[in-house]
Design a protein around this ligand. Structure first.
Ligand code: G3P
Length: 218
């Protein structure tokens, strides 16, 4: 399973990259705004900086809701760097735009997916990634991880190449559950990734080994 980091924060992206397990980055308008980025030039410069830090795909989301705006913004974003993946909402215009970019060989991430039917349309349009939002489904007492499994099963049955990118991951157990459900990618906050390392017996074991190693110092 690939790990993407779900942030536009450069320090966190660098920290995840230094860990050596990072496969890409996802952003969205909310995450970009959180970093205080304002204006077209600053947005584009920020995406370029992210691409310089990581080696994998970097999802950059269009802001427009109409097809023509999505195409114009997507073209501009795709021209920034070969690692840029165009992130488009799973709406009627968004699916049309996914089809447009997939036919041009530009990678796409179809986002805001909450049903297997939406995922199917994204796959049929040729999306590189489809992003079901696990946490936001859990927020309304719906089973986000169950949706991941449902989409994985359908894609496997029909042989769709679209990768299932589990998004809206809120905590470490979500990562484990999405892995077990067969997600191709999980995009996660840094804290959730680092949480995978937490085990008291590991900490205790390191403590004991360090103490015993000191006993052997000459
Ligand atoms: O990847 C999508 C993600 O950023 C949304 O997360 O926590 O706002 O539901 P959240």
């Amino acid at each position: 399973m690939k790990f993407f980091i779900d942030t536009a924060n450069l320090e966190q992206i660098k920290e995840a990259q230094e860990l050596g397990v990072l496969d890409g980055v996802t952003t969205n308008p909310s995450l970009m705004a959180k970093e205080g980025i304002k204006g077209d030039a600053a947005i584009k410069a920020h995406y370029k900086q992210i691409c310089e830090i990581v080696e994998g795909d970097v999802s950059a989301e269009v802001f427009g809701t109409e097809y023509d705006d999505m195409i114009r913004q997507g073209e501009e974003l795709a021209a920034l760097h070969s690692q840029i993946t165009i992130k488009l909402p799973c709406t009627k215009d968004g699916i049309r735009a996914v089809k447009y970019f997939s036919e041009k060989g530009v990678k796409t991430n179809c986002t805001l997916v909450f049903t297997v039917g939406q995922a199917l349309l994204a796959a049929k349009a040729g999306a590189t990634y489809v992003s079901p939002f696990v946490g936001r489904l859990d927020d309304i007492s719906s089973d986000g991880v169950a949706l991941i499994k449902e989409i994985v099963d359908v894609f496997n049955y029909y042989g769709y190449q679209t990768q299932v990118l589990a998004a809206s991951i809120r905590h470490t157990q979500h990562i484990i559950d999405c892995m077990k459900a067969g997600a191709d990618v999980a995009t996660c906050p840094l804290k959730a990734i680092l949480g995978l390392l937490n085990h008291p017996l590991t900490d205790k074991g390191v403590e004991i080994f360090v103490a015993d190693a000191r006993k052997m110092e000459g």
